[in-house]
Design a protein around this ligand. Structure first.
Ligand code: PLP
Length: 461
């Protein structure tokens, strides 16, 4: 094949595949061109839970053109910029008082998690704990596509690269918390949580607590586990063990954070489950931070972490060429200010929960739907072959992506996820824009339910 014969010059999921192209976005809708045909879709997934403010917002376009005129590039290792500072201050001020004391802005969630691992290491070196080199994350987890982030992930994406990742002896995996499948019939939720916590403590003790650097958990596991909310006591229990063994508690809120699932009109998903005293030592964020308008993500640190560096060498090695890019930080700040001004975080929490309720009701008799779960603006539907036994569909059937395609043809974006279902079932997620109205909720539920019914007819045929 010559270059001229190629269907596509950009490669993403496949070499030489022409994906549908987005043409424009307007509020909760996107216009997409597929095989020469233009269609309009309700964007119920906003990419990968990215969009917060709706697409094509004229105010943001104005902000972007102004930002272009008042910002300039600087190399973050030796010249800062006030916009990166202002964005950090915004995040700190809009989180519970005392939760965070500093931020490092990165270009992607993967880069943030990658740098967070290095930050964990530097923290322990500052304290003289040189043996603390091991990370504990979870089975069925996803933290990004760089080597470090993949090493603490545990899904097919990570498994494809297992021979070139950090050693497994350094990246330990505790069982993920997945009540729908892994809680025994004979167990109460509290007993299940205790079993997981006992398991973690045994792992720490067996490895030697002096070697454990951090425990890393995605607060509401998005792409890896179909938004399975942590049951009461689970995250506080992990925090208590981290305190007991001088281990850093790190939360990945790249997908579930920055306003998508906050019950108080604020930013962090963990506020559903943890007090500020129990909050993370380190947290990564991304996606809705720039709401799809700019590429920005980041790491937040607690006062404890900051003070340790201050008392020590004070040096942090982390900046990349584009870290804290002034234009991106200014646009992200203005986007976040606008979300706050319009009270959109409260709106998505309310409308998202309504979406969850309505989906649960509308899909309750579908033989394909095993579970509907989520919080605020992030929901998933787990598809099963047998509702009573919870038997999954065979992986090669790829039903979640098939449902994604059916939804697409019916005018709705959702995200199927099978890449992580080594030990979990197919699920399909929805994470709409924060501007969603009650009428939009109805439309989404109606199209999604029709699509599930269409899938069922195809499976029977
Ligand atoms: N962490 C979580 C929980 C994610 O869901 C993702 C992406 O989906 C990442 C990290 C990686 O973020 P990015 O794709 O921006 O590198």
């Amino acid at each position: 094949m010559t270059v001229e014969d190629q269907k596509s010059y950009v490669f993403q999921a496949k070499i030489d595949e022409q994906l549908p192209n987005v043409l424009s976005g307007n509020g909760i809708k996107i216009q997409v061109e597929k095989d020469g045909k233009v269609t309009e879709l309700i964007d119920a997934m906003t990419g990968a839970a990215v969009g917060a403010l709706g697409w094509g917002d004229p105010e943001v376009h104005k902000i972007m053109s102004e930002a272009a005129t008042v910002t300039s590039y600087s190399y973050p290792a030796y010249i800062g910029n006030k916009h990166a500072e202002a964005l950090a201050k915004f995040y700190i001020d809009n989180s519970p008082k005392g939760a965070f004391a500093g931020a490092l802005w990165c270009g992607s969630g993967s880069e943030s998690n990658e740098n967070a691992l290095k930050l964990v290491r530097q923290y322990h070196l500052e304290k003289g704990n040189i043996k603390k080199t091991k990370f504990i994350s979870r089975t069925t987890s996803y933290h990004g596509f760089t080597i470090g982030a993949l090493s603490i992930s545990s899904n097919t994406r990570a498994k494809n690269f297992k021979d070139i990742l950090l050693p497994e002896s350094q990246c330990l995996k505790m069982p993920v918390c997945y009540e729908y499948r892994n809680k025994k019939k004979t167990e109460s939720t509290a007993e299940y949580v205790q079993r997981l916590l006992d398991n973690l403590e045994e792992m720490i003790l067996a490895e030697d607590p002096d070697t454990i650097a951090a425990v890393i958990v995605e607060t509401l596991p998005g792409s890896s586990l179909g938004t399975a909310p942590p049951p009461a006591g689970y995250l506080p229990g992990i925090r208590a063990l981290c305190n007991k063994y001088d281990v850093l508690f790190m939360l990945d809120e790249v997908m579930c954070g920055t306003g998508r699932c906050n019950p108080n009109g604020g930013l962090n998903c963990w506020e559903n489950f943890l007090t500020v005293e129990q909050g993370p030592d380190i947290q990564t964020v991304g996606k809705t931070l720039g709401s799809g308008y700019v590429s920005i993500a980041g790491i937040l640190i607690s006062p404890k972490v900051r003070n340790t560096f201050l008392k020590g060498s004070g040096k942090v090695f982390g900046a990349h060429t584009y870290s804290g890019h002034a234009f991106n930080c200014l646009v992200a700040l203005k986007v976040q200010e606008r979300i706050k001004e319009l009270k959109l975080t409260s709106n998505i929490f309310k409308m998202g929960n309504l979406l969850g309720e309505k989906l649960t009701e509308s899909l309750k008799d579908s033989p394909l739907v095993g579970d509907v779960r989520g919080i605020g603006g992030f929901w998933s539907v787990e598809l099963v072959k047998n509702k009573d036994t919870k038997e999954s569909f065979p992986l090669p059937l790829d039903v979640c992506h098939h449902l994604q395609d059916i939804c697409f043809d019916n005018g709705l974006t959702v995200m199927g996820n099978q890449c992580c279902n080594v030990d979990s079932g197919d699920h399909v997620s929805l994470a709409p824009s924060f501007i969603i109205t009650e009428e939009n909720v109805e439309q989404i539920v109606q199209i999604f339910t029709k699509s599930v019914n269409d899938l069922q007819k195809e499976l029977i045929a």
